[in-house]
Design a protein around this ligand. Sequence first.
Ligand code: HEC
Length: 147
Amino acid sequence: MRKLILTALVVAFATGGIAAAHAQTADAAIAARKAGMDLTAATAGMFKRAVDAKDEVKPLKGAAEAVAAWAAAFPGLFVAGSDKGATKATPEAFSDHAGLTAAAGKLHDAAMKASAAAEAGDKAAFAVAFGEMGAACGGCHRTYRQR
Ligand code: HEC
């Protein structure tokens, strides 16, 4: 009997531990999604200032590549359980993962275009790619982010 109670306790603690670890992973995924998006917005602000001022775009290559890498990684952060809690992602972000991935792909491609334009020092091409990046932000938010 005593052994049984002990076993039950051990099982209860173990399952509780797994549930807690799971919740932590989901919370961490949400926090990473938001932090990455905030960094992306800050980077886009920096790009906008450069475009508006017709600044040299060569130094922006690395930042554009980072946005592309972020866009590629982003869909992987929609882990189980991260549809609840401090998130503004819509239910569609979870039910339509292919659509979310395609929307992220548009940002990735626009950011890679910006990176190529930066490498070439082509301000006009960078401005075009930056416009496409902005369209990709709005295009995804319309469906996958709560207002
Ligand atoms: C593939 C879809 C997608 C793309 C592309 C995208 N976003 Fe988001 N964004 C989201 C989702 C989903 C959220 C909500 C995340 C959450 O709360 O879990 C979000 C949240 C945000 C937030 C709020 C973060 C916070 O702290 O709550 C900002 C700011 C943001 N995005 C800016 C941008 C900018 C700027 C771009 C383009 C350069 C962009 N996003 C591109 C899907 C996208």
